[in-house]
Design a binder for this molecule. Structure first.
Ligand SMILES: [Zn+2]
Length: 237
């Protein structure tokens, strides 16, 4: 039987505490982890998998919605320890995930650094250091917009650019659910754009979030904030 398992993992990263919700798509042949935690979080991911009756060894694929440190932070460590896992990311994110191009998030953070007020400069530099510590991981397969992956009876790749240019979300028809990555987050039970300050293209991010919220799928699983049911369809933005 196909299953969508939502991991709930408490993370702390410097002063920031966060609860993330990576998903695992389980079908007869595959165990697909969607997004892979902060830098250094592999032990927590392994533990969360075990708590949910899975082992890290049985993960067949990792899909990365985008190249941010909190989504691909442990992907390289995972691949090193469990080399059979295949890494999937969109063609647009592939150069940043694999490290052939410099992280756009790091470029942005370095650019912002000079304009920060004195009291925020140390935080800004620590953030840049954190981004520099993200280990790239080769992408085994680049995904195309609209592509239908065979997981759980069909998992469609939705292009949801804005947060990063090649950001993707996943539509799981069987579960009536979209996995949003960072195309939307939940705060106070409402969908919002995560970290608008770090969103690379606000206009496109707003359009992507609108797309998710107007999509017929009933649920949106947000990496930051968990599962959201679009019952009284909240007004986007
Ligand atoms: Zn994130």
């Amino acid at each position: 039987m196909n299953k969508l398992i939502i991991l709930k993992i408490e993370m702390s990263c410097g002063d920031v505490n966060d609860c993330i919700s990576p998903a695992v798509l389980c079908d007869e042949e595959n165990r697909v982890l969607v997004d892979c935690g902060y830098v250094g979080s592999l032990p927590k991911i392994e533990e969360a998998l075990r708590q949910n009756g899975l082992t890290p060894e049985e993960i067949t694929h990792i899909i990365l919605t985008h190249h941010d440190h909190d989504h691909m932070g442990a992907a390289a460590a995972f691949k090193q320890k469990y080399p059979d896992v295949l890494i999937l990311a969109s063609a647009g994110e592939e150069p940043y995930v694999s490290g052939t191009k410099k992280s756009l998030r790091l470029e942005q953070a370095e650019r912002l650094q000079s304009g920060l007020p004195e009291e925020e400069k140390a935080f800004g530099e620590a953030f840049c250091e954190l981004l520099r510590s993200v280990e790239p991981v080769p992408v085994d397969r680049a995904l195309r917009e609209g592509e239908l992956l065979p997981f759980c009876g069909g998992c469609q790749v939705l292009a949801t650019p804005g947060h990063t240019p090649g950001h993707i979300s996943l539509w799981l028809r069987e579960f009536d659910t979209i996995i949003s990555g960072d195309a939307a987050a939940i705060e106070q039970r409402r969908p919002v754009l995560p970290n608008p300050r770090f969103t690379l293209d606000i206009k496109r991010a707003e359009d992507s979030m609108r797309l998710l919220l107007s999509h017929p799928a009933r649920y949106v699983l947000c990496y930051h904030g968990g599962l959201f049911e679009k019952e009284n369809n909240s007004e986007p933005l």
